[in-house]
Design a binder for this molecule. Structure first.
Ligand code: PMT
Length: 223
């Protein structure tokens, strides 16, 4: 990391999966380990930022000097991230793999096995990234896009539709990278450019990402 490129900046990062409860013992989730978000938090801290990491349930140790705030569901993530941004935020990075849908109700008791088939009724979850990007006082906002096909097309669509400053496209169909791996390969897009990073360890990617983001952040702030 270019030393000190984020000195004095307040950074909020989301990481990990969310869990959407079905009943007291079951939930809907995904394979996110939190590694990418934690690596970015460590890299941002190393670059001099004050970092709050809003983290879904993961089994990782907080990076030194980073404040971790827990969130279980997508609704928790929206609330915690919103609160952290309210405290003052120059840069928001959404690495979390937030569940797009949740069961419309959480059963009070464990659901019993009975019929051969059963179905769950799901409702849309709030989008933390889009909500923060739409604020009047929105920080510089960076999203991730986990895609299994047409990666560039969907990433560019998210960049404009969610009104982001940058988007990190992650092809999660490739073996050995993405969800729950120590390695990753991404392409970053912003309105005036793009850069492919990796494949390589998430810690190394995170340093390059933070340097690129810091460049764009200063460019946007202007001379
Ligand atoms: O955690 P790891 O095991 O290290 O894996 C890293 C990763 C693959 C999870 C990460 O690199 C990644 O790609 N994260 C984004 C995962 C994702 O859910 O992408 P998406 O295309 O569904 O969402 C687009 C963006 O909107 C993301 O920035 C996401 O954080 C955000 N989002 C989505 C839905 C929602 N309800 N709220 C959000 O904030």
């Amino acid at each position: 990391t270019a030393f000190g490129v984020l000195t004095g900046k307040r950074v909020v990062i989301t990481a990990g999966p969310t869990r959407e409860p079905i009943d007291p013992v079951r939930y809907i989730s995904n394979h996110s380990s939190g590694k990418m978000g934690y690596a970015l938090a460590a890299a941002a801290r190393a670059a001099g930022a004050e970092v709050i990491l809003v983290s879904g349930p993961v089994s990782l140790v907080a990076p030194a000097g980073v404040e971790v705030r827990g969130a279980v569901t997508a609704q928790d993530m929206l609330e915690e991230a919103g609160r952290a941004v309210d405290e003052g935020c120059d840069l928001f990075i959404a690495t979390a793999a937030v569940a797009d849908y949740r069961p419309d109700t959480c059963a009070g008791d464990k659901i019993k096995k009975s019929n051969e088939n059963m179905s769950l009724s799901l409702v849309r979850n709030p989008d933390t990234l889009a909500t923060i990007a739409a604020r009047g006082d929105a920080p510089f906002t960076v999203g991730f896009a986990a895609e299994t096909r047409d990666v560039e097309h969907y990433a560019l669509d998210k960049l404009t539709r969610k009104k982001l400053n940058m988007i990190v496209a992650n092809d999660v169909s490739a073996p050995g990278i993405g969800f729950n791996s120590d390695n990753n390969a991404v392409t970053v897009f912003w309105p005036q450019g793009r850069e492919a990073i990796g494949p390589g360890p998430k810690a190394v990617l995170a340093q390059r990402l933070i340097a690129l983001i810091a460049d764009q952040l200063t460019e946007k702030a202007g001379p």
